[in-house]
Ligand binder design. Structure first.
Ligand SMILES: N=CN[C@@H](CCC(=O)O)C(=O)O
Ligand SMILES: [Zn+2]
Length: 386
């Protein structure tokens, strides 16, 4: 297996247990793993040498929440929103129709193109969901395409009750034949627990059936108003509850007392003109916070993690170190992949060599120069992909 030395790193943000930041540092990649970290002056020789010339090196972004398996866009809905309308779950049906009409090949190509866009901005691990099929054959197809195109695949049959279908019948289908059909392709299940989507009771039913089928759990919760999504996520031991725009003191206590990550979605909050998720308050209460893009055609048509990190710093009150951690290690924790051999989201010996070289001397530039193309190189599993 060949080795690569990345040397003369101006700022190496490890996001490791001690949150170490090394200056004039080097990293050695061996195969798909990180084999060595230390001072550039002590670095061992390697087959290939990359001169970072003072640039910053970070873990690749871990985007733990996207919906990439779709066709069509929702420009008209976005324009209406910018003219004052509020977001409602019903728009999901527009994307469902466009997605069902697309061929398998076209959908797979769309997902691949979206993953390439994300990677070009430093994303090295990406989760994606079904949820624009909404019947058993279409959800199964979405699950297969999600599993082929992304690193983690999530079943979101409980995204919207299709018009004309009885909600209880639909929940029975999600928990029965649909779950059986997607099971070979996914390791996670998610539910949109919100007024206009699924009630807490329906959501609990879907989550418990999914857990019984061996899937890890995630919840879309408290996006459009106060409700039970966050507390339900903690109660069932979900790995993550995502959105969290409306967080009561009881929700905060539940999160602080549990192990569920609160995933905030800054680009979605801007695109829906929602109150920003209270990431500062969550961190201050000791809650593990992740940042993800929520790339989807309805509420957040971007996969730019640098944009999300910049927004978290500029608008949500996070420090650069907190935002970088949330967008790397936080996402890895939300996907159960932050520890052990081959862990992602931090730079440590034995972890996967998923790395992001910035065209800047420090990670601060991601927030200081928002919207600028600052990705100089990306390694995924030790292989240079950008
Ligand atoms: N809120 C639920 N699901 C997506 C939006 C889906 C859509 O509107 O197409 C989200 O995470 O924001
Ligand atoms: Zn989502």
């Amino acid at each position: 297996m060949s080795t690569t030395l990345i040397t003369r790193i101006g700022e190496l943000m490890t996001v490791d247990d001690e949150q170490r930041v090394l200056r004039d540092a080097a990293v050695v990649i061996d195969g798909d793993r990180i084999a060595w970290i230390g001072a550039a002056s002590d670095a061992p020789a390697a087959d290939e040498r990359v001169d970072a010339a003072g640039r910053a090196l970070l873990p690749g972004w871990v985007d733990s929440h996207t919906h990439l398996v779709f066709d069509g866009d929702r420009t008209a809905e976005f324009e209406a929103r910018m003219a004052g309308q509020s977001y409602a779950a019903g728009g999901i049906a527009v994307t469902r129709d466009a997605t069902r009409a697309a061929s398998d090949e076209r959908l797979a190509a769309l997902v691949a193109a979206r993953v390439r866009e994300a990677r070009a901005q430093g994303t090295t691990w990406i989760e994606t969901k079904t949820g624009y099929g909404l019947d058993t054959p279409s959800e199964q197809r979405g699950a297969r395409i999600a599993a082929d195109g992304a690193d983690d695949a999530t079943f979101l049959g409980a995204h919207l009750v299709p018009a004309g279908v009885d909600p209880d019948d639909y929940v029975r289908e999600v928990c029965g034949p649909m779950l059986d059909a997607v099971r070979p392709f996914v390791s996670w299940a998610d539910v949109f627990c919100e007024r206009g989507a699924f009630t807490p009771e329906q959501s609990r039913e879907v989550l418990l059936a999914s857990r019984a089928a061996g899937l890890g759990l995630r919840v879309h919760g408290n996006q459009l108003g106060h409700g039970e999504g966050i507390r339900l996520a903690v109660e069932v031991g979900a790995a993550s509850v995502d959105h969290c725009n409306f967080v009561s003191d009881a929700d905060l206590d539940a999160l602080a007392g549990g192990s569920t990550v609160a995933t905030v979605l800054p680009a979605c909050d801007l695109s829906t003109r929602a109150p920003l998720a209270p990431a500062r308050r969550l961190l201050d209460a000791g809650v593990e916070v992740a940042i993800a893009s929520n790339c989807n055609p309805g509420t957040s048509y971007t996969s730019s993690m640098p944009f999300c990190v910049a927004t978290a710093v500029l608008q949500m009150g996070l420090s650069v170190a907190e935002a970088v951690r949330a967008a790397t290690r936080g996402g890895a924790i939300a996907l159960g992949r932050a520890t052990g051999e081959g862990a992602i989201g931090s730079i440590a010996v034995g972890h996967r060599a998923d790395l992001h070289l910035l065209d800047a001397p420090s990670a601060t530039h991601v927030a200081y120069r928002p919207g600028m193309p600052l990705t100089a190189g990306v390694w995924k599993g030790g292989r240079r992909v950008v």
